[in-house]
Write a protein that binds this ligand. Sequence first.
Ligand code: DC
Length: 228
Amino acid sequence: MKKIIIAIDGHSSTGKSTLAKQLAASLNYIHVDSGAMYRAVTLFGLKEGLISETHFDVNALISAVQTLQMEFKTNENQTTALFLNGSEVSSEIRSMTVSNFVSQVAAIPEIRIRLVEAQRQMGAKKGIVMDGRDIGTVVFPNAELKIFMTASAETRAKRRFEELFKNGQHVDYDAVLANIKSRDFKDSTRKKSPLKQAKDALVLDNSALTQSEQFDLVLGWINAKCQE
Ligand code: DC
């Protein structure tokens, strides 16, 4: 079967990465979670003191991102993980602190340019599933299959809360819901590459779908695209 590019965009915490991971494993494709890359830049900024509650050094962050090394590699648990300057950062990038600052980082045009360039290189040979906010609109406007995922804010907050709880982070559900709503707003109203559905994207509202129903539905879409 021919290899294609699958672009998955949509609101935060709709399970884009979970679906992308399942598809990549079943099709033997590469999976790239582009949100993880914006999170890694945010984590770096926090660790280096370029970002804090009172301070946001945009210029230092822009120059740091030019030399940051980001690589998706298989870790010791045989899952694809993001390595930042050689160290795995998969769980650190999911913290609430990173979540609270990442929209601000993702709104910086120079940072987007650098990350989009890296993402395009990763997809040069096709056979890739990439998830994010601007994959079908900016990164791969010619992707063979574009999916736009959505679900109600409450459904998403509940899922995110459970994921954080499982990782040992005991946060308030209302804080998670507020974070999701605020990210929706920031992601869809920012000037540079706002979250929007590509004209040719297929909409996947998974509020009432199980993971396996969703997986089967999307596999059907992929088979149809690969036969075109
Ligand atoms: O998918 P996520 O929640 O891990 O994404 C983290 C942040 O990065 C979120 O605020 C949106 C932003 N993002 C983006 O602007 N463009 C992408 N391609 C992926 C994520």
